[in-house]
Design a protein around this ligand. Structure first.
Ligand SMILES: [Mn+2]
Length: 334
């Protein structure tokens, strides 16, 4: 097989990361991003378990969302740290360590630890001491699984399962356009390594009863904009409170609206009152990333997000302006 330059570069970086982790005698602290999802948790837990299996002192710090707790053993993951732990090796996964507001687990701003970074967000500033950033990879967990293989750490179910969970999450259970041959090959290796796809999907799909009431409220808030090419929905603090849900329950709700026939973009507005968090999903020509960046956020072309520190109406205005500009950009391209 002939590898092109970027593939050589990629595997060299992966090798460097593997060597450094295997040679390290420091405490290894693993963190990811705020509002952790299956890829954040799966990447961290998969790496933690792999490193511990070869005798490393590795510890993830994260606030685990309810729907992912099935994956984690008691005290296996510890809450976020308030200060950066000195003399540790910091591994930051699925987020840019220099995007200080997006990192959770350890405050990376002003942190003097050496930082290793693995991420698949193209907006990553690539300033970590050692970084592997590849937006063509569907999931960070896919990259961590490659790293585990390069470190020659044997797969076993408790390592394979969280890594497959990450891939499931970021490919929408192998349904998104990022589910390429590379994803299926890596997933197959994880299945051979004992991962249990049905177990993961079944646990991820468990739905608390109040969630149906929350979904009903969100569905009632739907509006179609831009000649029905854009669908939006809004969740407010009152809606969340009335049904007894929490904001973490809202994370997945953009999935409810993303497939509306004829739409190219879905946007969920999480309205906190004085600020609004936007979750964007694009199915067509529009770049969710461009719209997110225009509103102060970032992400991928197909999925992106932004936090606008202004009330709903102003956030919505910012969104609509950015969407107008994005439609103009793609129509100019023909
Ligand atoms: Mn990810």
């Amino acid at each position: 097989m002939v590898l092109n330059t970027s593939e050589v570069h990629y595997s060299e970086k992966l090798q460097e990361l593997a060597l450094e982790l295997l040679a390290s005698s420091q405490d290894i602290v693993i963190v990811a991003h705020i509002d952790p999802d299956g890829d954040a948790l799966g990447s961290c837990l998969g790496l933690q378990r792999a490193l511990r299996s070869v005798g490393k002192n590795a510890q993830t710090h994260m606030s685990i969302p309810r729907y992912l707790r099935f994956m984690v053993e008691e005290n296996e993951i510890l809450p976020p740290l308030e200060v950066c732990p000195e003399h540790s090796l910091l591994v930051v996964l699925d987020v840019d360590p220099h995007d200080f507001r997006r990192v959770e687990g350890v405050p990376t701003e002003g942190c003097s630890c050496r930082i290793l970074n693995i991420d698949h967000h193209g907006t990553n500033a690539r300033k970590a001491n050692l970084h592997l950033v590849e937006p063509r990879k569907a999931a960070c967990a896919q990259m961590v699984a490659e790293l585990v293989e390069i470190m020659r750490i044997p797969l076993e179910p408790h390592i394979s399962n969280p890594l497959l969970l990450g891939i499931i999450t970021d490919t929408g259970s192998f349904r998104f356009s990022n589910a390429d041959a590379d994803v299926f090959e890596r997933a197959a290796k994880l299945l051979e390594g004992g991962a249990n796809l049905a177990y993961l999907n079944d646990n991820m799909a468990q739905t608390p009863h109040y969630f149906y009431a929350l979904q009903a409220k969100v569905l009632q808030s739907i509006e179609f904009l831009f000649d029905s090419k854009v669908i939006i929905a809004r969740v407010t603090q009152d809606m969340v409170q009335e049904v007894g849900a929490t904001w973490e329950d809202v994370e997945s709700l953009v999935g409810l609206i993303r497939s509306a026939e004829g739409t190219e973009l879905a946007a969920l507005f999480k309205d906190f009152g004085d600020s609004v968090k936007l979750s964007l999903r694009s199915r067509g020509r529009l770049s969710a990333q461009n719209i997110a960046i225009a509103c102060g956020g970032g992400g991928h072309v197909a999925a992106a997000g932004a936090t606008v520190t202004r009330p709903y109406l102003e956030a919505r205005e910012c969104f609509e302006t950015a969407v107008t500009a994005e439609f103009e950009r793609v129509s100019a391209q023909g």
